[in-house]
Design a protein around this ligand. Structure first.
Ligand code: GTP
Length: 389
């Protein structure tokens, strides 16, 4: 199903109210709350037409890859708030390709200061020398402001390349990008490289890895998954954010792309069936993916895919051998323990967030506003920088 920007339409398999909220949030919007501005930010940067907006729309707004052909060029920073009750909470800022760091109105302190990860997109189907120059400039500028930023390079549009050329490009880009950084005296800065395309699952996999680096609870989640699989005879388990299909954690065994794709497809199947045939009581809520949701698919190679809902936005998808599924009772019991543990992690996180937001809420009060100059300066400059000349 494709994306349509009309009311009452569906976003992929989901009713629109199941998505992350407004389709796009303009940086000029006065309603942008302080709290939103304090979420970790992922910046999408790269040359014009490298595919930044397409990535954001395909991964987070269920736009079909073919529809990205009609996307118009971005000419100002577009902020998109990715926010649900799961661990996936951040803002994505999509930058125009022609951004000029030397323009005096480009406030790099504000832009890079609150940034968690910077995704730099390189069009691998094009000559990438200019992109590499821009990458060096961008990393140098960003690192000077904030040395905690995770730098992620997406070698993008690899769908058009054969396997040999893909590997060759990756090696070449990796080499030249690191040489450029060394030249700038930044040899200690780590760049992570991902081969991506919006036409397959690679973009979801790459974004999963970016997002995971911004989840402080990741080691706990991985630990819980390790305990679950070792006690249940499971081969591989993914904890999915069902709206975006990015996995926010997996156990410590290596991820192979085919397993990930199978699990993604399973989520699509479950959501599609739930939305088409699920019991919908419109007076209560339209959500048919709920705590009753589970699914079992037996494959012809003796393995089983098993999905269980963890909460409204999270699902556990496991791959296991058919003979191990005979003890389903044990698996289900272990799953309930796992779900309880996840709930506790959530509660703890919410407590911490509430504790952090109390001083902020106080500073929003009228009397605090007269004294809280630093906070208000930050928010004002944040918005004024939403426009790029
Ligand atoms: N073959 C292929 N084309 C892609 C891919 N991703 C994006 N494109 C195409 O690349 C073109 C440019 O995409 P945009 O998302 O508008 O690029 P952008 O970087 O946001 O461009 P600006 O807003 O001008 O900075 C569109 O025609 C997309 O369909 C990909 O993975 N593979």
């Amino acid at each position: 199903m494709s994306y349509q920007d009309e009311s009452n339409c569906y976003v992929g398999s989901f009713p629109k109210d199941f998505s992350y909220g407004p389709f796009e949030q303009n940086g000029d919007d006065d309603n942008t709350s302080l709290q939103e501005d304090h979420k970790p930010r992922i910046l999408l940067m790269g040359l014009r037409r490298s595919g930044k907006s397409s990535i954001q729309k395909v991964v987070f707004h269920k736009m079909s890859p073919n529809e990205t052909l009609f996307l118009e060029s971005t000419n100002k920073i577009v902020k998109d708030d990715i926010n649900n009750s799961s661990f996936v909470q951040f803002q994505i800022w999509d930058f125009p390709g022609q951004i000029d760091f030397f323009d005096p109105t480009f406030d790099s302190d504000t832009i890079f200061g609150g940034c968690g990860a910077l995704v730099f997109v390189i069009d691998a189907q094009d000559d990438y020398q200019d992109a590499l120059d821009k990458l060096q400039q961008t990393v140098t500028k960003a690192y000077r402001v904030n040395n905690n930023i995770k730098f992620e390079v997406f070698i993008h549009k690899v769908d058009g390349l054969n396997d040999d050329y893909k590997m060759e490009s990756q090696r070449d880009i990796h080499h030249r990008a690191n040489d450029d950084l060394a030249e700038a005296g930044l040899e200690h800065v780590h760049l992570s490289f991902h081969l991506t395309s919006i036409y397959d699952h690679s973009i979801f996999e790459a974004f999963s890895k970016v997002v995971q680096k911004l989840i402080p609870q990741l080691p706990t989640l991985e630990n819980l998954l390790n305990i679950l699989i070792s006690n249940s005879g499971i081969e591989k388990a993914f904890l999915f954010d069902v709206v975006s299909k990015i996995y926010i954690a997996t156990d410590s065994s290596p991820v192979d792309m085919q397993s990930y794709e199978l699990c993604c497809d399973m989520i699509d199947v479950v959501i599609d069936i739930s939305c088409i045939y699920g019991m919908v009581d419109e007076t209560v809520e339209i959500n048919t993916f709920n705590n009753q949701s589970s699914s079992l698919i037996k494959l012809n190679n003796g393995t089983v895919l098993y999905l269980r809902e963890v909460n409204k936005f999270l699902a556990l998808v496991c791959i296991l051998r058919e003979e191990n599924f005979q003890k389903q009772g044990v698996i289900d019991y272990n799953f309930l323990c796992f779900r309880d543990a996840i709930t506790q992690v959530f509660e703890l996180r919410n407590k911490c967030q509430n504790a952090l937001s109390i001083p902020r809420t106080r500073s929003d009060s009228p009397e605090a506003q007269t004294n809280g100059a630093a906070e208000s300066v930050e928010s004002t400059s944040d918005r004024s920088q939403a426009q790029v000349p």
